[in-house]
Design a binder for this molecule. Structure first.
Ligand code: CMP
Length: 140
């Protein structure tokens, strides 16, 4: 087990329903510490670049439109095996497949409006964190 950091987004469907605090409580209960956090409105360019790996997928344009449809909360989470710990508490991408007790099972509205994003690897976590935060904004 290693202390590491991961990147998280609380998505527009969740900020619209005022769920930031409840989601943060679930992250903290899972052993993750929120070491950086800010509420932003993503631009279309930011969303397109952030989700660039999905550019050829049929849902790409809808995903970009959704992620820019309202405020998001971008976060850096720190803890033991933070990438895996966050993915576990988030639950499956499709809320219909998410386990009981996960954020997406509890709050997600659909596979698109699925309340949270979390990095899928340590390597991508470092890239995604650097995309939204400078080093001095992260206070461990
Ligand atoms: P996220 O973890 O943010 O990464 C890409 C996002 O695309 C994913 O969560 C979903 O919200 C969204 N998405 C929309 N449709 C699909 C789909 N059919 N398969 C996978 N992801 C999808």
């Amino acid at each position: 087990m290693a202390e590491e950091r991961t990147f998280s987004i609380i998505k527009p469907d969740a900020t619209r329903r005022n769920l930031t605090g409840q989601i943060n409580a679930m992250l903290e209960d899972a052993g993750l510490r929120i070491v950086a956090q800010k509420r932003i409105r993503m631009t279309t360019g930011q969303a397109e670049e952030f989700y660039g790996v999905h550019r050829e997928r049929p849902f790409f344009n809808d995903l970009v439109a959704f992620m820019t449809s309202g405020p998001v909360v971008v976060q850096v989470l720190e803890g033991e095996d933070a990438v895996a710990a966050n993915r576990k508490v988030m639950g499956a991408t499709n809320p219909a497949e998410a386990d009981e007790g996960t954020i997406r099972k509890r709050f997600a509205e659909s596979i698109e409006a699925n309340s949270v994003h979390g990095s899928d690897s340590r390597e991508n976590a470092a890239i995604e964190i650097a995309y939204f935060f400078s080093g001095t904004e992260i206070v461990g």
